[in-house]
Design a protein around this ligand. Structure first.
Ligand SMILES: NC(=O)c1ccc[n+]([C@@H]2O[C@H](COP(=O)([O-])OP(=O)(O)OC[C@H]3O[C@@H](n4cnc5c(N)ncnc54)[C@H](OP(=O)(O)O)[C@@H]3O)[C@@H](O)[C@H]2O)c1
Length: 288
């Protein structure tokens, strides 16, 4: 089977490239930038052409608009990338009876306060443009009638691109003091682990929506403390603070933990605890 990966130059796309080396399937890695086979997922005809020329029977969509705050003012490009483009991919897969694996987010929730881990069938209540357009993308994929697996993830980080881990590695190494919010709780996800789960699921795909993050729960403050500890950045005084000290255009949920019972049961996968994966990522970054 030939599998097309979109957004290959992003965090998850780069980890897909690493993990796919161990797979027996053929992978084609695409993005809008140089260095990859060019594929703009807003262009339906270009998708159809690539699918036809390479006899693609599965697409893993790692491309998206991912800047949550900037989404509030960026205009229609956000919906185009997060909803219309996944619909394009779904149409192209429907036409060849193929499978679309799409990645979504815990930010499809958040409008209704809750304090238990979210299950897949919980009603979407996004609080901002990013979450609303990602939810619309999911709905368009399902409505297309194509075969799909949608994996919602959260707090994604990796060795690649910009992310919270890399920002905090830098800040805890250079600042004497740092305040980090402790009133938002969730679970970090190492993109390598998510890519591993996706590649495993492709051997026995079962349609549906799934939740995937690492195991465990922490606040951004706890996350930062562990980043500093693993990096050996001991000189920075890290203090907990409330979210209202860092006003943001989008209200983040106080508790945003994904229930992973379904993904583990369906695909028989084991998910690493968040600190184990964080340690691996920081070790890889230090060895770069
Ligand atoms: N990051 C998080 O914390 C987080 C949390 C939950 C869920 N997710 C979801 O996880 C998935 C992967 O996220 P990520 O952090 O790996 O994303 P990312 O690093 O932002 O990568 C996205 C990639 O898509 C590319 N792209 C942009 N427009 C495109 C287009 N029209 N056609 C093809 N490619 C295009 C980007 O290129 P440019 O860089 O050149 O624009 C980039 O290489 C996304 O669906 C995201 O919504 C992310």
């Amino acid at each position: 089977m030939t599998i097309l990966v979109t957004g290959a130059n992003g965090q998850l796309g780069n980890e897909m490239q690493i993990v796919a080396k161990q797979s027996s399937y053929k992978y084609i890695f695409t993005d809008v930038c140089e260095g990859y086979e060019k594929l703009d997922i807003t262009d339906l005809e270009a998708i159809r052409k690539t699918v036809k020329e390479n006899d693609v029977k599965c697409i893993v969509n790692c491309a998206a608009w991912t800047n949550v705050d900037a989404a509030e003012t960026a205009g229609e490009i956000v919906e185009t990338l997060n909803a219309t483009a996944p619909e394009n991919l779904a149409k192209a897969m429907k036409e060849v009876n193929g499978l679309l694996v799409h990645v979504s987010t815990d930010y499809v929730f958040g409008g209704d306060p809750y304090n238990t881990p979210c299950k897949e069938d919980q009603k979407g209540t996004p609080t901002g443009v990013y979450g609303a357009t990602k939810l619309l993308g999911e709905q368009k994929i399902i409505a297309s009638g194509c075969k799909y697996m949608i994996l919602r993830t959260a707090w994604l980080y990796s060795e690649f691109g910009k992310n919270f881990v890399k920002t905090m590695l830098n800040l805890t190494a250079t600042k004497p003091q740092l305040k980090v919010v402790f009133d938002q709780t969730g679970t970090p996800t190492y993109a390598y682990d998510l890519a591993t789960a996706i590649v495993a699921a492709l051997y026995n795909p079962v349609q549906g929506i799934y939740h995937y993050s690492n195991e465990g729960v922490c606040s951004w403050y706890d996350f930062t403390k562990m980043i500093a500890e693993y990096a050996g950045n001991t000189d920075c005084d890290i203090q907990p603070c409330h979210s209202d000290e860092f006003p943001s255009p989008v209200k983040r949920p106080a508790y945003s933990v994904l229930d992973k019972t379904k993904v583990k049961g369906t695909f028989g996968i084991t998910i690493p605890y968040w600190t184990e994966s964080l340690k691996k990522c920081i070790c890889n970054l230090k060895n770069q």
